[in-house]
Design a binder for this molecule. Structure first.
Ligand code: EPZ
Length: 433
């Protein structure tokens, strides 16, 4: 496992280009196998989660032709198996979208049950409820394999008990080739839901209402090939916005959809940042110490849970006391213990963190507990006095393409090194001192 060594204190200045949305890409790639013609996907983020899902798709026999780093051609016409091995699921939960797409196309699928992960138990009862409403039999077989089969899939009216991104996408995938119409009520409204629906429609699906809390899916016979470009990643963009603010920098974040960033921009303005919005970019400037605010994570268009660690880190350096409430996942404050080692003053009580802002952090040896917390800890290292060594950065590489290259291009002083490579550490310290 690699580490980052980071020397704090440099403001981030310049321009950064945002890649395709990871959480749209996973649903779109799973959906691409539903056609028996070539499907060309562009603006694909080159991140580990996407690459593992492409391996899983090739593993069941589809043709996966990597045209370039950000473009792939998939042809589901050669699929030989509907069994997705645990080796893929244990690496990324997103493989479970193949349940919905293979069930939708072949009326059967066997996918290993995803484990929980570091941010909570993450059950899939709503996915199961949706598939069963469509007429599938869903059982958990020996060895934690989910087996979903149906003689036929018939449209139905499904009310989600919990607003779930994954369940909304998985049910949309299965319903798209079902007979009749499916209504998904209390559906998630994230930009990536809309992107998956638009992609499926580009293959001939008939989906309306994505982006609202009622999605109507009219089943069609079959899909045809398509060419589709994935939307920019809202969370990668938000992460760079917060990094610019935390380092009191001035960064133009390009290739974004500003509307998707409204909740993040609003909070940054509230605490004293200057935000300028253009057609497909936002500029974040912070040249003074920021102030406190309260944040509650909510389903879109509320403040995204995937931005909670990054925002909490920023508030831990802001003036005054802030309260951050995590209402989506039950265990998404594990990074607080790592921030405390750098001097943060945060008290976690249940799903709330009470944050007393401090003047600054001290560099330390810390470890990333999950993907977004890892990104937040990089931001902490960029601001800290002295050197920070961050462990477990493989989590970060699951969701951020060329993270350290993009940050160093903005002026960050950081390097990816082998674990505890004292020679590399000494060399880096000499270089930057
Ligand atoms: C997606 O996870 C994202 N992952 C997560 O991003 C993101 O945090 C989350 O949506 C919320 O926006 C991908 O898209 C691959 P949910 P997902 O189903 O679909 C409960 C990242 O950093 N729930 O919307 O798993 C669940 O426990 C990752 O990129 C049920 O109870 O999230 C949670 O409390 C981290 N039963 C809430 O709903 C279910 O069947 C929201 O989960 C499903 C979910």
């Amino acid at each position: 496992m690699d580490q980052y060594i980071i020397k704090g204190g440099n403001p981030l200045v310049g321009e950064v280009v945002i890649g395709g949305a990871k959480n749209a890409a996973l649903g779109i790639l799973a959906g691409a196998v539903m056609a028996d013609d070539p499907v060309l996907i562009e603006n694909l983020p080159d991140v580990d989660d996407v690459n593992v899902l492409l391996d899983a798709i090739a593993g069941i026999g589809a043709i996966v032709d990597r045209v370039d780093r950000h473009t792939v051609r998939i042809n589901g016409g050669t699929i030989k198996s509907v069994y997705v091995d645990y080796e893929y699921i244990k690496k990324i939960r997103g493989s479970y979208y193949l349940l919905g797409s293979l069930l939708g196309k072949y009326k059967e699928a066997q996918v290993a049950l995803p484990g929980g992960c570091n941010i909570g138990s993450r059950p899939i009862d709503q996915h199961k409820k949706g598939f069963e409403a469509l007429g599938a039999k869903v059982t958990i077989e020996q060895g934690g394999i989910i087996n979903a089969t149906a003689k036929a899939l018939k449209g139905n009216h499904i009310y989600l008990d919990v607003v779930s991104v994954g369940a909304t996408i998985n049910i949309m995938l299965a319903a798209a080739l079902a007979e009749g119409t499916t209504i998904i009520e209390n559906s998630a409204k994230e930009p990536h839901i809309v992107d998956v629906a638009n992609f499926l429609n580009s293959m001939g699906a008939n989906i309306k209402g994505a982006g609202t809390d009622v999605i109507r899916v009219k089943g069609v016979e079959k899909f045809h090939g398509s060419t589709y470009s994935i939307i920019p990643d809202q969370i990668e963009a938000g992460t760079f916005m917060v990094a610019a603010a935390a380092t009191r920098g001035d960064v133009l974040i390009k290739n974004v959809i500003p509307k998707h960033l409204d909740a993040i921009s609003a909070k940054l303005v509230e605490i004293g940042c200057d935000i300028e919005e253009y057609d497909d970019s936002v500029r974040v400037v912070a040249n003074k110490r920021l102030s406190h605010t309260n944040v509650k994570t909510l389903p879109y268009p509320g403040f995204p849970t995937d931005m909670q660690p990054q925002m909490s880190t920023l508030l831990a350096l802001s003036n005054g006391t802030s309260v951050v409430t995590e209402s989506i996942f039950e265990n998404r404050f594990k990074y607080v213990a790592e921030l405390a080692r750098m001097g943060a003053d945060i008290k976690v009580e249940g799903n709330m963190a009470v944050i007393n802002g401090v003047e600054g952090f001290m560099g330390a040896a810390i470890s990333a507990p999950d993907l977004r917390a890892g990104a937040a800890l990089v931001i902490a290292g960029l601001v800290a006095e002295g050197f920070t060594i961050l462990d477990q950065i493989a989590y970060i590489e699951r969701g951020y393409e060329a993270f350290e290259e993009k940050l160093t291009a903005l002026g960050a002083s950081m390097k990816k090194i082998d674990v505890n490579d004292e020679r590399e550490i000494k060399k880096f310290k000499l270089q930057v001192s």
